[in-house]
Ligand binder design. Structure first.
Ligand SMILES: [Fe+2]
Ligand SMILES: [Fe+2]
Length: 170
């Protein structure tokens, strides 16, 4: 496969593992503070990021490319509040969207149609990712310092199932 696309996909594999590592840290942050619903949401989020990484790994392998794994840096997980955690998650997803868009643009520029199809899935996925993180961040902003509101939200997030973004209707 095209070397530039291979490099970009390997970089994206690293970014997905970095995201998984970040959400793992956020999961621990919430679990440590006895907010198991948020912790559960973050645990599933970390698993989703690993699934994203594997999707890219499989694509590189299927195309006869070379998987080259880069370093995954430790995430900073020193947060002030649940709201600060979710704001950081949202900012992270926005950054990832920019990275995904760049890989898609490269696949387009190179007329690599299979890579374009793959990256279209990621483009659509990022809309969901930003929406889900943004919704929870907004709800925590409404909640402010209200412990009862935060606990209600914790209960709702505990219901998140694998494959969905929130604890609610889908
Ligand atoms: Fe991802
Ligand atoms: Fe994500």
């Amino acid at each position: 496969m095209d070397k530039d696309i291979q490099t970009a996909l390997n970089e994206q594999i690293r970014h997905e593992f970095t995201a998984a590592y970040l959400y793992l840290g956020m999961m621990a942050w919430f679990e440590t503070r006895s907010l198991p619903g948020f912790g559960h949401w973050m645990r599933l989020q970390a698993q989703e990021e690993l699934a994203h990484a594997m999707k890219l790994v499989d694509f590189v392998l299927d195309r006869g490319g070379k998987v080259e794994l880069g370093d995954v840096a430790a995430p900073g997980i020193d947060f002030e509040s649940p709201h600060a955690v979710m704001k950081a998650a949202l900012e992270h997803e926005r950054r990832v969207t920019g990275l995904i868009n760049r890989v898609y643009a490269l696949a387009s520029a190179k007329n690599d149609y299979p890579a374009q199809v793959l990256m279209q899935w990621f483009v659509a996925e990022q809309v969901e990712e930003e929406k889900n993180a943004g919704e929870i961040a907004d709800q925590l902003a409404f909640a402010g310092d209200s412990a009862s509101a935060i606990l209600v939200l914790d209960g709702r997030l505990a219901a998140r199932q694998p494959g969905e973004g929130d604890g609610g209707e889908g």
